[in-house]
Design a protein around this ligand. Structure first.
Ligand SMILES: Cc1cc2nc3c(=O)[nH]c(=O)nc-3n(C[C@H](O)[C@H](O)[C@H](O)COP(=O)(O)OP(=O)(O)OC[C@H]3O[C@@H](n4cnc5c(N)ncnc54)[C@H](O)[C@@H]3O)c2cc1C
Ligand SMILES: NC(=O)c1ccc[n+]([C@@H]2O[C@H](COP(=O)([O-])OP(=O)(O)OC[C@H]3O[C@@H](n4cnc5c(N)ncnc54)[C@H](OP(=O)(O)O)[C@@H]3O)[C@@H](O)[C@H]2O)c1
Length: 286
């Protein structure tokens, strides 16, 4: 699998070769800014690192020197790997929090720079945590799209399910672009079409919605499901435990709300050690 190109279509930027000085250092190969709050980037992948599509790792930069000792400590945060398990590089999709300890700095990385990446992937948004089903739902808000950027490029997703529904709710239209372009790019991805089967992407039903800026579909996905509008738009029956499986990644309130709804439809939460009907992960801590 060496012919992969970045999902982003900007002109490739070649990273200058540097001696790695940081512990667990990886080299940035590509950066694209999507809005003033969102960017994605790719880094080299540790040769021995294996992961399952949908998992997350700890990444970061060295913190500022301690004013007393002058010593620097790594400043690490959890990040979903947005690239699939077979990709030779690792991709991430990131928020820019202006006063955030990590992302106030991380947003300035450029090809050739180094980041720290602890090669210990973990997480619940993995196929292993779900029982077989017919239809998989990926529910994302904001940067919660990241693990699904991985799973949408994972062949097993299409081997395991007849239909793949991805919902993405953001405040503004521009916050949907990374996901929309990624999904569009699957249509012309020669390698994936050859590997998974020509036209595999036709299994995908993409349902983007916005809440604070006008777009073709307005509203929170939770409200749109409660009213039945989302099911009607998608042309699928209401979620049921016989056919439907779900993965959820968003802010805490969203996760709790959709969890309650899924339980109401009769789905049971699964885990790596106990595969069931749905799994949840936080897109950020609060
Ligand atoms: C399991 C897990 C996976 C994660 N995966 C990703 C990912 O793929 N991409 C990503 O950008 N972040 C992700 N995060 C959040 C990430 O760990 C950091 O919080 C984020 O990078 C900001 O770091 P910071 O040090 O700049 O600010 P922090 O001090 O960590 O956060 C400051 C504040 O910014 C807000 N915030 C933090 N992260 C986000 C976010 N992603 N979207 C909206 N608001 C946010 C919160 O209100 C938070 O209190 C994940 C978190 C968890 C727990
Ligand atoms: N996105 C921006 O333009 C922006 C700009 C400056 C600062 N911020 C700050 O950044 C932080 C994160 O913002 P974010 O926009 O990335 O993420 P967010 O607040 O988690 O919102 C992302 C999307 O999820 C929806 N949502 C929130 N709670 C939900 C629930 N319980 N059920 C269903 N949908 C739900 C939101 O709808 P609603 O709009 O209805 O809440 C929004 O469309 C916030 O603290 C925010 O104040 C955001």
């Amino acid at each position: 699998m060496t012919e992969m190109r970045p999902v982003t279509e900007a002109a490739p930027q070649t990273a200058p070769v540097k001696t790695l000085a940081l512990p667990d250092a990886q080299t940035v190969t590509f950066v694209k800014h999507w809005t003033d709050r969102l960017f994605s980037f790719r880094v080299s992948r540790p040769a021995s690192m294996r992961f399952r599509s949908g998992e997350f790792v700890m990444i970061g930069l060295m913190g500022d020197p301690d004013p007393k000792t002058g010593k620097q400590k790594p400043l690490l945060r959890a990040y979903s790997i947005a690239s699939p398990s077979w990709d030779e590089e690792l991709e991430f999709y990131s928020i820019k929090v202006q006063d955030g300890p990590l992302t106030s700095k991380l947003q300035h990385i450029q090809p050739g720079d180094e980041i720290i990446l602890r090669p210990k992937p973990v997480g619940t948004l993995v196929h292993d945590a779900l029982l077989p089903g017919k239809r998989i739902w990926f529910f994302a808000t904001g940067t919660g799209f990241a693990p699904f950027a991985s799973l949408l490029r994972e062949p097993q997703t299409y081997e395991d399910y007849d239909e793949v529904i991805i919902t993405h709710t953001c405040r503004q239209v521009g916050e949907l672009t990374y996901g929309a372009e990624l999904i569009e790019s699957l249509k012309t991805d020669e390698m994936l079409n050859e590997l998974i089967g020509e036209g595999f992407w036709k299994k995908i039903k993409y349902y983007p919605t916005t809440t604070r800026e006008e777009s073709p579909k307005m509203g929170r996905i939770t409200d749109l499901m409660r009213s039945g509008e989302a099911f009607a738009d998608l042309g699928v029956p209401q979620i049921n435990p016989d056919n439907d499986r779900a993965m959820v990644c968003g802010n805490l309130a969203f996760n709790l709300e959709i969890k309650e709804m899924l339980e109401g439809y009769g789905l049971v939460e699964g885990a790596n050690s106990n595969p069931q009907h749905y799994v949840v992960e936080k897109a950020f801590l609060d």
